[in-house]
Ligand binder design. Structure first.
Ligand SMILES: [Zn+2]
Length: 143
């Protein structure tokens, strides 16, 4: 659980354990604070993971071009090909995991909205990338 939470009344970040919000002086019950702290921790995790996915997204076109060339020029030995071509599964599975874990979160948090968009974008990039790489793999093994 997080050491911080967002005040349910004014949405400012406050430390867990305070009985009153220092920004708006709204009173916080222990249960409400605990719930808000759990939500805060979950949102932070979701945003951090989405951020990781987002940094991987530009790798997809580079991967497609280099794998395309490598496949075409026969630089990849078929014995090594499975783990090489399996690499895009990492971001793809991470994106699926993200939706399974955080899809149900209801919040107006703008960072989380951005995170959700980033994960959508990464799926839109990695699904076709994976399909193209599978086609390349099949092509490689047929020769
Ligand atoms: Zn407050």
């Amino acid at each position: 659980m997080s050491q911080f939470l967002r005040c349910p009344a004014c949405n400012e970040v406050i430390p867990f354990g305070e009985r009153f919000c220092k920004y708006c002086s709204a009173g916080l019950s222990y249960e409400a604070a605990q719930q808000a702290a759990e939500q805060f921790a979950k949102l932070s995790e979701a945003c951090a993971l989405a951020n990781n996915l987002n940094t991987m997204t530009p790798v997809a076109p580079i991967m497609l071009v280099s794998y395309g060339l490598a496949t075409w020029w026969d630089w990849i030995s078929p014995s090594r090909s499975f783990w090489l071509y399996g690499l895009p599964l990492a971001p793809l599975l991470t994106a699926f995991y993200w939706f399974l874990s955080y899809r149900a979160i209801q919040t107006n948090d703008t960072d989380f909205q951005q995170a959700r968009k980033d994960v959508h974008k990464s799926l839109l990039v990695w699904i076709p990338t994976t399909i193209v790489l599978i086609v390349m793999l099949v092509f490689l093994h047929r020769r």
